[in-house]
Design a protein around this ligand. Sequence first.
Ligand code: IPE
Ligand code: IPE
Ligand code: MG
Length: 261
Amino acid sequence: MPLQASGEKRIISEGKKLTDPQKLPEHVAIIMDGNGRWARRRGMDRVRGHRVGAESVREVVRASRELGIHWLTLYAFSEENWKRSKFEIRALMKLLRQFLKSELEEMLQNGIRLQAIGRITKLDAKTREILADTIEKTAKNREMVLTLALSYGGRQEILDAFRSLASQIQEQTLAPEEITEEAISRSLYTSSMPDPDLLIRTSGEYRVSNFLLWQIAYAEMYVTPTLWPDFRKEEFLCAIEDYRKRERRFGATSEQVASKA
Ligand code: IPE
Ligand code: IPE
Ligand code: MG
């Protein structure tokens, strides 16, 4: 199946929001899981699942932009995914490059800025080059930020932050009491981003698999048995509607939340 959605390009017009922006999550993060199982159930190669999964990515990006969600973060490749076969890794990187190329025009037309978090230097040179090029070309876009987590691990991110803070202390540019929650947040790969409001995981697994460990402290979770290649606009909208019905208390009581509103 080609990555390109029948060559069709869509421009999402300004002000055409599907739902009332009230209580819309500002930041949605997704653990896109289940591509391999989707393929296996059809007697196909795992890579086929990744390829069809790329179509779900396209739909979810479009739907997010239509809704007016400002931040969308997708877990595309974890630090632990390096354990996969060379064949699968190579196929995933190729799919990523194809996706970046095929989506550039639409990202530009719709004001979507691309960024990446993770240990990007571990990716192969060709993939890094296309990634850097897409990031640069979309840098001025302001409507939505699409963040791809690539070679990403939450613990590794926190470890990198510890090292950075420790060296600032060693250089005496930071005092230990200046290590605050904000200072830690600022030292993460996500320094410029708000924490996710909604964390979606497909394929029915109840785990976070080392994704945004610090940042999801108060995220609302939505777990669906749907496998990622089947997770399309309709179910994404269901997840958003589900989120909108929730009461976020952040440790306070329902009454306290109501009196503040
Ligand atoms: C998610 O699907 C994609 C990546 C982790 C890159 P999987 O490949 O993990 O699919 P399952 O979990 O084996 O079904
Ligand atoms: C999480 O899925 C990583 C991505 C979606 C990129 P995995 O399939 O790698 O996670 P586990 O192994 O089920 O925890
Ligand atoms: Mg998986």
